[in-house]
Design a protein around this ligand. Sequence first.
Ligand code: ADP
Length: 403
Amino acid sequence: MIEIIFISLENEMDLVLAHRRSLHLGERLGLTLATRTTFATAVSEIARTVIEHTDNGSLTLGLRQTDQRYALTGRFSFGSPEHFVPADGYYYAQKLVPEFIKTEADGVTLIEIRIGIPRSVNLDRSKISVLAAYFKEAPPMNAYEEIKQRNLTLNRIAVEKDEELRRSKIIDQKKTEFISVASHEIKTPITVIKAYSQMIKVMKEGCTDRVKGIVDKIDGQTTKLLSLVQQLLDVSKFENGHLSYTKERVQIGSLVSEMVAVMQHITPYHEFEVSVNEDVEVEIDKLRMEQVFSNLLGNAAKYSRKNTIISIEAAADEADSVRISVTDQGIGMSRVDIASVFEKFYRSDDVINSHAGLGMGLYIASKIVTDHGGRIWVESTPGSGSTFHFTIPRPEQPADALN
Ligand code: ADP
């Protein structure tokens, strides 16, 4: 069937539409007044029965080609109701049109009515496409049809958007799977290289200072590579929801001191200043929380000049959480960066060409913090430095109360 007009059959107003559109189509086809009235009457009688018995009916008006002739066609489609008791008008409609075909399959009932179009009309493909274009562009017949058309467009857009979202989710999932598989494959040989370079480092004999220097460099770079691959693996774990936390109780003061000692060793050219206002207890996954610290402290060092100060402050925030703040005197960032730094793979335009990185550290840190029930945010001024804050909720019961 060549479909020209579609009308969903929902209420009495649609009867009027179905009737008027049928007349209009007959008129554009050049049919006699008697033929178009007959067709339109049959259409509205069946439409009435469909509206009365179902809430999912529709009418498609168009043309069907049979034996080199065209027939003006109305096709009704609706989910087969349990009790279909047609009104008198339905039987009347059957008598009005020369062809009335009812079929049922997979819970859907189709009724097609047809009236042959005289050869004198000289209908051909090009006339039909002009007709279809005409009805596609035709203005609504009344305010009701205008609202219906708008709803239809909105529904179509909503369906398209849903489909777009579904597809982009699949692509995103595939990307995460790829990252996970690739990182695993890369991690194995790097671990082997790391093991060999450490073996050479401890081999006293046969190594000149130059070779030792080179091996140190290989070892250092391999450590960096391993940490990048580990970040990639973490990202895919977060995305797949495969991350579990093993929590323990620790004093925030000792955690901060431990982390600062490690970082001072890795970045000897910055001065770390620590201030812990109240040494409260927190319940955390220590290894994961160490990742948060090393990312924030590492960034503070990476994005500021040597010999500047990085301060770390831990203070009991509101009654129920502790706030940790890491402040640097570095390059700072713009408002746009502030709004996006915790997004996956985000890097500021200012650092892309000057500082190495993949834009995963803060994304991972923010996941870890929020998974612990805390918050993370940043305050920054371009050129003057940044302060990253995050909170960790304090356990509801102190450790002694648990014993
Ligand atoms: P990476 O450092 O590998 O790029 P991150 O996720 O740790 O990834 O950081 C994302 C971006 O946030 C960085 O590329 C940088 O633009 C900005 N950024 C993070 N920390 C700082 C900081 N302390 N000072 C200035 N910019 C920062």
